[in-house]
Write a new protein. Sequence first.
Length: 358
Amino acid sequence: MSSEGKKKVILSCAQPTGKLSLGNYLGAVRNWAEMLEKNECFFGIVDLHAITTPAKPALLRQNVFDCLAQYIACGLDPEKCHQFVQSHVVGHTELAWILTCITPIGELQRMTQFKDKTAKLGFKATHSDGDDLKFSHEGARPQASINAGILCYPVLMAADILLYNADQVPVGEDQRQHLELCRDLAQRFNHQYSETFVIPKPYVPKVGSRIMSLSEPTRKMSKSDKNERATLFILDEPDLIKKKISSAVTDSGSKIESNSEKPGVANLLSIHSALSGQNTDQLEEHFAGKGYGVLKSELTELISDSLQPVREKYHELIQDKTYLKSVLAQGANAAQKRAYKILGKVYRKVGFPERDRT
Ligand code: AMP
Ligand code: TRP
């Protein structure tokens, strides 16, 4: 409960860019499901974010329903929370624009995810004597260019959160920096125009907040990885889980321990820990004297069993488009109601004149 005795408002979102990964599940969605009882929860499917990388329209539309069916299958009971599509709610882009006007470009250029994404396109970003980033095009893929959406995306994310005056935002470790920016923007707005926004707090789980790629364990597991063996998806069938876990990169040596020199083994242990609830010490003791093969086969079984109910529920739900649409319609209504209230307040503070409706 917040200080006024009201329920806390929780908000989080994921991009409909494909099937949810085990990282999405452990770092985000399954933790959301634990917050439904005590809080007022809003969970977004952020399609406006998804077009920062080129998306085929028919696939994007399909991905939105897929994402919803997976949300519900992971425990987001529509009777207990509001699930909505970002483009259904007026206010996200409007607020994003207002926030853009109080965001220094340099802060966006410093975001780790922005630097990673531009590096992926082959651009090299270096700081000049001033604080600005310079992009060298040497080595860039022919015709590659960085769209402004990739740069401005954290402002849209801040708007997603502030539009609902969310108290808490449960996310994985990779979103911490974006959340810091959101808090800065809220404070800047409040300072410039008077108290308006709640300053949202991140909630990053202790275990599972950064699941790494199975083939390159020094990189984050990502649902858009080109390497098929790198990412486990929550809908993967047991055979495929077995294949991916058996081919997961481990490290030289044979001792099962969680240390930074063994990122592959440490990653498998952290997946185990997130699913079994046993801490690292308990797991190291449990696996003492056993080989990587034992760890992998035990983990395969643990993942397959834990995700079985999610898979089954998803396959049932995805057949029922009418139901999914009704969940989104109700979610959009509730989200819009709250969003309009806060957007109206923001417009007044900024000095936009009220429209005469007589
Ligand atoms: P995205 O797939 O980028 O839309 O992410 C949705 C949510 O999943 C965000 O809260 C992320 O922080 C979280 N997430 C994504 N990848 C991982 C990962 N490898 N480990 C833990 N959490 C993750
Ligand atoms: N940027 C987040 C990601 O890629 C997704 C996101 C968009 C989000 N808006 C949000 C997460 C608001 C939490 C709150 O994972």
